[in-house]
Ligand binder design. Sequence first.
Ligand SMILES: Cc1cc2nc3c(=O)[nH]c(=O)nc-3n(C[C@H](O)[C@H](O)[C@H](O)COP(=O)(O)O)c2cc1C
Length: 172
Amino acid sequence: MSFQELIRKRYSVRAYKPDPVPDDLLAQVLEAGRLAPTAANRQPFRIIVIHTPGREDELRRIYPREWFPQAPIILCVCTVRAEAWRRAMYDGKSHADVDATIVMDHMVLAAADLGLGTCWIAAFDPAAAREVLGLPPEIDPALFTPLGYPDDAPRPRERRPLSELVRYERWE
Ligand SMILES: Cc1cc2nc3c(=O)[nH]c(=O)nc-3n(C[C@H](O)[C@H](O)[C@H](O)COP(=O)(O)O)c2cc1C
C-alpha cells in the first residue's frame, strides 16, 4: 500500500471485533511509535498498552463510550513533562503534546497499514485516566486509542477544500 493509499484508508473506527491483536502486529505498531520524531529527540513519552478484557468498566470511566474497551487493546500515549523540549529562547512553550501527537499518528498509520483500526481519543477524563492507570504526578495522559479489528465501515470523508486550508507566502 502506498502512503497516499494508506492515508485514505485510515478512518476513526468506533466499533471493534473482539478478535485479539497478534503480538507481532502490536510490536510493529509500537515500533512505529518509537521511531517517531520528537523535538530535540527528547522522546518525552511513554506508551501504556492496556489489555481490555475484564477491565471494561474501569476503562469506561476514562472514556464513557460502549466501543472504547470493545477493542482487545487500548494504547495510551503519556508525556513526561520534565523531559520535554521547551522553546526556552522565546516563550518557553513545551512541545510535549506535539511529540505525543506525532507518536500517536505514527502508531495510527502503522495500524491502518496492518489492517487494524484505531480512533484518536482526546475527550477522556484525565483524573480517571490517572487513577485507573496509576500515573504518577509527573506523567500526563495525552491521547488514547483503541486498537483492534474494525467492525464498522468508513464514512464519507468530510474535509474543507485545500483552497480554504492553504495560503501562500503570507496570511493575506
Ligand atoms: C487530536 C484528536 C482528538 C480526537 N478525539 C476524539 C474523541 O475524543 N472521540 C472521538 O470519538 N473521536 C475523536 N477524534 C476523531 C475525530 O473526530 C476524527 O478524526 C475526525 O472526525 C475525522 O474523521 P476520520 O478520523 O474518520 O477521518 C479525535 C481526533 C483527533 C485528531
